[in-house]
Design a protein around this ligand. Structure first.
Ligand code: 5GP
Ligand code: MN
Length: 387
């Protein structure tokens, strides 16, 4: 798999504007059996660049040059593949697994042999997703196409990376600010609220059937990444696609209930502890929490139960940047950072080898808790002062 350069960036939407590159796929010829053209100029997302009458020994009729839109390229890559492996990032969230499972349901619908892998198993609050049992930590055999959803950095594939390394082709569909630009074909829209939104858009263009399972999976990605349509990334498209998904059997009540309204007791106790011991800096404009292994042991909570904790600190009226440090094992500290408005915390996360979005990012420290805290707070203050 390509990790740098060489890739074909077929859709790249950034805050600066959209750049859709239609991909020249060569010349379409009438087939010998007279049944049509190959590639088919009427396939989804295809457009004819030029055509000419053509009459010789090899074929009779019109030959034409074709270009494909991102949806056309995706459809063509899928059609040409025999065995596909779907992947996503480690510590998967609702957008990662929702998008990956939506792709799996789509491939199942068109009878395409495939597997779905992720470094970590699903967190408890995503076990309701239709088809969740398909998520494996590894897969047997070889695949000729890898489709990776919601991935900005190659190392976030974790132990599943070798499977994709061995794929002759990989497609990445994502909405993060790219770090390493993984993938041979990249469909990237950094203005999209969720990867599920990009995928929903592509599926619609491809004329895919929106089953209740696909709709619920995509809805989960949108609801998760927009914080139930509350975050600033909530767009008209996020709302209109969600309405479309509801019309196609997406179960928004189940999604909201399972993700936001069914917390384990230990997690809620841990939230109380975090708010109790929260630290403030820069005249209450920075808030951060530190959770040690002992805190997890005392409450019986797991790291996955801390989803959303950091936002509780950001929601304080004076706070501009919030961060949460969690000691997941000795010497390994996961960090989530959130910010308001123009403050770019993805840039802070990148300093420590992480990444994410401008207002929601993360990284991992491999050091002691106090050292991670010192390093982080210094950069958060710098971010606040110089942005
Ligand atoms: P969270 O704080 O919810 O774990 O992550 C927030 C955002 O930052 C997500 O979009 C996630 O993909 C991204 N992110 C979190 N940790 C990392 C990391 O270690 N590396 C990169 N590249 N992105 C991360
Ligand atoms: Mn996402």
């Amino acid at each position: 798999m390509t990790t740098q350069a060489n890739h074909l960036e077929i859709l790249s939407v950034t805050a600066q504007g959209q750049r859709t590159v239609w991909t020249r796929i060569g010349t379409a010829f009438p087939t010998k059996d007279g049944k049509g053209y190959r590639p088919n100029p009427r396939c989804a997302g295809a457009r004819v660049v030029n055509s000419a009458r053509f009459d010789d020994d090899s074929c009779l009729g019109a030959k034409m040059s074709l270009e494909l839109s991102p949806a056309g390229v995706l459809q063509r890559e899928i059609e040409q593949a025999k065995r596909i492996v779907i992947g996503t990032h480690l510590n998967p969230d609702g957008d990662a697994l929702g998008s990956a499972l939506a792709m799996s349901h789509y491939l199942e619908g068109i009878h395409k042999e495939h597997a779905l892998v992720c470094h970590h198993p699903a967190p408890r609050n995503l076990e309701f997703l239709p088809g969740i049992e398909r998520v494996q930590q590894s897969a047997e055999g070889e695949f000729d196409l890898g489709i990776i959803l919601d991935l900005d950095a190659y190392d976030r594939l974790g132990d599943t990376a070798p499977l994709f390394d061995r794929c002759p082709r990989t497609i990445v569909i994502d909405h993060h600010v790219p770090i390493q630009k993984p993938g041979d074909v990249r469909i990237i829209d950094t203005t999209a609220a969720a990867t599920a939104l990009i995928l929903g858009r592509l599926f619609r263009e491809m004329g895919a059937e929106f089953t209740p399972a696909i709709s619920t999976c995509l809805l989960t990605g949108i609801v998760t990444d927009t914080g139930s349509f509350r975050y600033r990334n909530t767009s008209a498209e996020a709302l209109s696609l969600s309405a479309f998904l509801l019309e196609h059997g997406g179960d928004i009540n189940k999604v909201s209930e399972e993700i936001f309204q069914r917390k384990p007791l230990g997690g809620t106790r841990l939230l109380g502890h975090m708010l109790d011991t929260m630290r403030l800096a820069a005249e209450n404009r920075i808030a951060y929490g530190v959770l040690t292994q002992a805190d997890f042991a005392d409450t019986g909570a797991l790291d996955q139960d801390t989803e959303g904790f950091v936002n509780e600190m950001l929601f304080i009226d004076t706070v501009q940047i919030a961060a949460l440090l969690r000691e997941v094992s000795e010497g390994t500290i996961r960090c989530s950072i959130r910010s308001r408005n123009h403050l770019d915390v993805a840039a802070v996360a990148r300093i420590f080898g992480g990444g994410g979005h401008k207002n929601a990012a993360g990284c991992t420290f491999y050091t002691s808790v106090p050292d991670a805290e010192t390093q982080l707070v210094k950069e958060l203050q710098r971010c606040l002062a110089f942005s």
